[in-house]
Design a protein around this ligand. Sequence first.
Ligand code: ASP
Length: 310
Amino acid sequence: MTDPAPTWTIVIHGGAGSMTPDNLGAAEEAAARQALAAALEAGAAILRSGGASLDAVQAAVRVLEDDPHFNAGRGSVFTAEGRIECDAAIMDGANLDAGAVAGVRSTKNPILLAREVMDRSTHVFLAGVGADNFGRAHDIEAAEPSWFETPERRRQLDEILANPDMPFDSAMKYGTVGAVAVDGDGHVASATSTGGLTGKKWGRVGDSPLIGAGTYADDRAAAVSCTGAGEYFIRLGVAHEICARVRLAGWSIEDAADTLIDELGDLGGKGGVIVVSPDGSGGWAFNTKAMYRAMAMHDSAPEIAIYGHE
Ligand code: ASP
């Protein structure tokens, strides 16, 4: 007798924001949907063949980091000084292992660096030049600034510098990337990667690489990856808080995700989350107009969406 096919779920996001069919345009929308499909399939292929959720979320995020349409890796936004500083985190729900990096400038795939921190250091979180140096010492591929930079991100920086009072939401049309998954063994994992906010200053770090804020995974509860106004996600500890409501209060992942996004909105924050639970359910919640998102399950066709009404 052959083993039954593994049951699995993967959910990914490419950032929350104020995208509409008008301001995105048909070509950009098609490219984003194609990239989401490719990233989803990179993760799903691993899960389908019995691989681990940790490897699946890493693979999905890596595809989105390499795609210039998303604010992570190649295509990251510029700081006020005209540099690119990337943040990323990964977490294994099976044993609460985690790795994270912030403000890295010369590592091609920040998510691979976060994984390396998790697997081959005694630390959880490395920042700045030290994190890049750790990567070089561990043969994690480097890249020149020109690899990360795109004309569209340069234009967005110029726009922000010319309009310093521009509302945050209009600056986050294209976002951070993330993935959560549960594999055939019921283990959950989460990964998030971002260039942060356009025009960020003073070494600002958002929620994405902070374990418990933008990224969390715990087999006793759920896996969560966030996107949006990072400061609010940090203050609420959104990713861990969703897991705490599931684990300690017995909430469903849907109720926990919806409620935390409501609480974020009450504070004045905007953004979204993706979630999976060890029993195989998956979903999302967001209070922005749109969120690049996609979900695949072992027994259903992939779902890819951008706008709120989809
Ligand atoms: N959450 C990210 C940050 O605050 C930004 C985003 O999701 O677009 O750095």
